[in-house]
Design a protein around this ligand. Structure first.
Ligand code: ZN
Length: 285
């Protein structure tokens, strides 16, 4: 994309600003949902002194910088994760907008990205993937499959053999449902097998629910790419640390965070990665 003038840059600035505002709300979800607290009430307050946070101290990123990361009343440190989540959300939705423009696809991808940002950080900070988020996300993924198509190729190919040729949006709906069932089913199966063999819980039910949600948004091909990339990412981060420091040997790695990051990558650029691979393998032109 080449931005030559201010009017051309305006939509991007608007999307980035909205991303910051939504990111601020995602922070509330990330902090409160693992604790089972309401995300609506009470309003934001300092966790140490309980002081309600005024609107002018609650401006994304800016307030953190002006207050130098401390509560205005008691000086308690504010986690740098707050401005990080706000900035990250703004960046990711802006990238999605640059790729898709003002389309239904963009709205769907922005919703998916924001659900994943919540889950990446609840798993990172609390080792939780809250069911309200994954359940709502799964419902949203299936509902949005009627609005913008999910790749339903594998199941469509199977149905063609039986002489059934599903049309849109039914093909898209089937793509979302099979993606979800594959994601949830695969992780449930692997989790059960690992539990029988290792006699310890390798995958939590939160991971199963996460992959159910991811499958409904992405469909089967990108779901498989997510699992592959998530596992590679997890190994690349965990293996060296476990080798270097004994303190990481029995560390509970946030597998959901790795999978969430991989799912965002798959949503933003996975399609072109799969196309490039298929061309390289001579399976497509
Ligand atoms: Zn305080």
């Amino acid at each position: 994309m080449g931005l030559r003038s201010l009017p051309e840059a305006m939509p991007y600035a608007m999307v980035a600003l909205l991303g910051l505002v939504f990111g601020s709300f995602l922070n509330v979800c990330i902090y409160r949902l693992p604790r089972g607290e309401s995300i609506v009430r009470p309003g934001s307050h300092c966790p140490r002194c309980g002081q309600p946070i005024a609107w002018y101290d609650n401006i994304p990123i800016l307030s953190y910088l002006l207050l130098r990361g401390r509560c205005r009343r008691c000086g308690a440190r504010i986690s740098p994760l707050y401005p990080l989540v706000e900035g990250l959300t703004a960046c990711l939705v802006t990238v999605a907008y640059a790729r898709l423009g003002p389309t239904a696809d963009f709205v769907k991808q922005a919703i998916f990205i924001m659900l994943l940002v919540i889950l990446i950080f609840t798993d990172l900070t609390a080792r939780r993937l809250p069911h309200p988020v994954t359940l709502l996300g799964t419902a949203a993924g299936i509902a949005l499959s009627f609005l913008t198509p999910v790749n339903g190729q594998p199941v469509a190919g199977l149905l063609h053999r039986f002489g059934y040729f599903p049309r849109e949006p039914i093909a898209s709906f089937l793509g979302a449902v099979t993606g979800g069932l594959a994601g949830g089913g695969l992780f449930y199966g692997v989790g059960e097998a690992a539990y029988r063999i290792l006699h310890k819980e390798a995958l939590g039910f939160g991971d199963v629910m996460l992959m159910l949600m991811v499958g409904t948004f992405l469909g089967l091909p990108l779901l498989l790419l997510t699992i592959l990339l998530g596992s590679v990412l997890g190994t690349l981060i965990a293996a060296p640390l476990e080798l270097i420091s004994p303190r990481f040997r029995h560390f509970h790695w946030p597998y959901g965070s790795f999978l969430g990051a991989a799912a965002i990558y798959a949503a933003l650029g996975g399609g072109s990665l799969i196309d490039a691979y298929l061309r390289w393998a001579g399976l497509a032109r």
